[in-house]
Design a protein around this ligand. Structure first.
Ligand code: NAD
Ligand code: UFG
Length: 345
C-alpha cells in the first residue's frame, strides 16, 4: 500500500517505518520536527536501505498537505503526529487541542478531498481513564481523562467515528475506514540501537528516566507512590516493546483492506509490571544498578492499567513477542549508543 505517516520521524513512527518497509509498503513521512530529529529518518534509511520521501510540514498547514497529497496517491494514513506530554498538556491545553485536534481536522479534510478515507490513529489507553475493568478489553467504556492530552485522544476517536457513521448513514460508496489503536506503554528500541526514544529535557516517562539514571545523566529514579493496591504498592502498567507495537500497525492495515468501518484494538502485552518490577528487570538484564527513592503519588496516575489483547490476536493475528527483559535490554542499548539521543552527533 501507499502510506502516509504523519509524525513518522518520532519514536513510534520511525519504528513503524521499518516494519512497513520490510513488508514492502511504500511510505511518505510528514513531520514538523517539533518533537523529533530528521536524523531518525536517516537512521531508518541506514537500517532499511530505502530512501524515505520526507516533507517537513505541519499537519495544520492545509496548503502544505495539499502539496503532499497532490504528489502522491495514498491508500491509507497512519496518523502519529501529535503532542504527547501529559504534564505539558495541563499547562498548555490550548496548544494541545490546537495541535492534536486542529491538526487532525485539517488532515482528514484534505484526505477526503483527495479520496483517501482510510486512517489508523494513535490512540491511547489513557481514554479508559480509571478503568472499570482489569484487564482492560476494548468493551471497557471510555472514562474520564485527567488531562487535556488524554481528552484530545478521546475526542479524536469520537471525531473519526462520527465521520464513518455519517458516511454509512448517507450510503456513501467510499466510507471512512478507521482503526483506533489504543497503545499501552511503549518502551524499548530497535535492536540495532540506531533509533529509539529521544525525549526533550528531563524525561517524564519511566523507561527513559531509568536509562538516563543508568547512563549517569540523572542520579536516581523517583518512584511515584508505593501505596497502590498492587503486589508491591507501586503502579502497574502494560509495557510493550515498540517494535511489537510497530508491527501492530502493519497488521492493522489488514483491517483497512477488509473495509473494517470502525475497528478498535488494544495494543498491549496483557501483562502488568510494577515500577519496581521494571527497575529490577532492567538491573538484571543489563547488570547496572538503578538507585531510587519512593515519593508521593503523581497526580493523575492510575494504580493499575493493563490490557486484554486477545481481540487484536483473534482479528488481526497480532500479538506481542518481546518480553520485559528484551525491552530493558534494547532501551539500554539505544541509550548507551546515543547518550544524548540524536543530538550526540
Ligand atoms: P513523538 O513525539 O516521538 O512523535 C510524534 C511526532 O509527531 C513527532 O515527530 C513530532 O515532531 C510530530 N508532530 C507533532 N505535532 C505535529 C504537527 N502538528 N504536524 C506534524 N508533525 C507533528 O511521539 P510517539 O511516542 O512516537 O507517539 C506517536 C503517537 O502515539 C502520538 O500521537 C502519541 O500521542 C501517541 N501515543 C504515544 C504513547 C507513548 O507512550 N509514546 C502512548 C499512547 C499514544
Ligand atoms: N513513574 C515513576 N517515576 C517516573 C516516571 C514514572 O515512578 O519518573 C511511574 C508512574 O507513576 C507510573 C509508571 O511509572 O506508575 C509509568 O509511568 P509513565 O509516565 O511511563 O507512563 P504512564 O502510564 O503514566 O503514561 C503513558 C504515556 C501516556 C499514555 C499512557 C497510556 O505517557 O501518554 O501511558 O498509554 F496515555
Amino acid at each position: 500500500m501507499n502510506i502516509l505517516l504523519t509524525g513518522g520521524a518520532g519514536y513510534i513512527g520511525s519504528h513503524t517505518l521499518i516494519e512497513l518497509i520490510s513488508e514492502h509498503h511504500s511510505v511518505v513521512v510528514v513531520d514538523n520536527l517539533s518533537n523529533s530529529n530528521k536524523e531518525s529518518l536517516t537512521r531508518v534509511e541506514q537500517i532499511t536501505g530505502v530512501k524515505i520521501p520526507f516533507y517537513e510540514a505541519d499537519i495544520r498547514d492545509r496548503d502544505a498537505l495539499e502539496v503532499v497529497f497532490s504528489a502522491h496517491n495514498f491508500d491509507c494514513c497512519i496518523h502519529f503526529a501529535g503532542l504527547k506530554a501529559v504534564g505539558d498538556s495541563v499547562t498548555h491545553p490550548w496548544e494541545y487541542y490546537d495541535n492534536n485536534i486542529g491538526g487532525t481536522l485539517v488532515l482528514v479534510d484534505v484526505m477526503r478531498k483527495h479520496g483517501c478515507k482510510n486512517i489508523i490513529f494513535s490512540s491511547s489507553a489513557t481514554v479508559y481513564g480509571e478503568p472499570s475493568m482489569i484487564p482492560i478489553t476494548e468493551e471497557c467504556p471510555k472514562g474520564h481523562c485527567t488531562n487535556p492530552y488524554g481528552w484530545t485522544k478521546w475526542m479524536i476517536e469520537e471525531i473519526l467515528t462520527d465521520l464513518h457513521t455519517a458516511d454509512v448513514k448517507k450510503d456513501d460508496s467510499n466510507p471512512w475506514n478507521v482503526v483506533l489503536l489504543r497503545y499501552f506503554n511503549p518502551i524499548g528500541a530497535h535492536k540495532s540501537g540506531l533509533i529509539g526514544e529521544n525525549p526533550n529535557g528531563i524525561p517524564t516517562n519511566l523507561m527513559p528516566y531509568i536509562t538516563q539514571v543508568a547512563v549517569g545523566k540523572l542520579d536516581k529514579l523517583h518512584v511515584y507512590g508505593n501505596d497502590y493496591n498492587t503486589p508491591d504498592g507501586t503502579g502497574v502498567r502494560d509495557y510493550i516493546h515498540v517494535v511489537d507495537l510497530a508491527r501492530g500497525h502493519v497488521k492493522a492495515l489488514q483491517a483497512i483492506e477488509n473495509n473494517c468501518g470502525i475497528a478498535v484494538y488494544n495494543l498491549g502485552t496483557g501483562k502488568g509490571y510494577s515500577v519496581l518490577d521494571v527497575v529490577h528487570a532492567f538491573e538484571e538484564a543489563n547488570s547496572v544498578q538503578i538507585p531510587y527513592v519512593i515519593e508521593q503519588r503523581r497526580p493523575g496516575d492510575v494504580g493499575i492499567c493493563y490490557s486484554a489483547s486477545d481481540k487484536a490476536f483473534i482479528e488481526l493475528g497480532w500479538k506481542a513477542h518481546y518480553d520485559i527483559v528484551d525491552m530493558c535490554r534494547d532501551s539500554w542499548k539505544w541509550q548507551k549508543m546515543n547518550p544524548n539521543g540524536y543530538e550526540s552527533l
